[in-house]
Design a protein around this ligand. Sequence first.
Ligand SMILES: [Zn+2]
Length: 149
Amino acid sequence: MASTYSAIACPHCGCCATQDYYYKTLEKFIYCFRCGYNYEKIITSWEGNKPIFTQKEQKGYGVCRIQKLDGERSTKIYNRPLSSEEIIKVATGFLHEDVNTDESYFVIFKDNEFLTLAGTPPKDFYIPFEEYKKDRESNNQQLEIIVPF
Ligand SMILES: [Zn+2]
């Protein structure tokens, strides 16, 4: 498919998010692996040769990434606030022996703030996009583009 990935400021948390833009169809997807925000604008029907777009936006409430010692990895994003029971359940999962807590993290996004509840998020993860971009460029590093799936 004809698409371009780029790093953009997340419309929800302001950190680095990934945009996937299909320049032929004008369809667009945004994923944020900081706060969990996602957005899609897709063609759902046609009126003659005119595309009808549908937009869907889900705010982010946090992300949980689990890296196991055997290499297995899973990432979960939350599109609704978690209850206390759910938070305890996810955080308790970090106590399992097979979880590499140095490379796993459970962060929630609430009232415009990130709160680390378990594990170790990457250290440049939760800085505003412009600052992150400047930092990366001054170190000759590429902007991180996380391609889902
Ligand atoms: Zn975000």
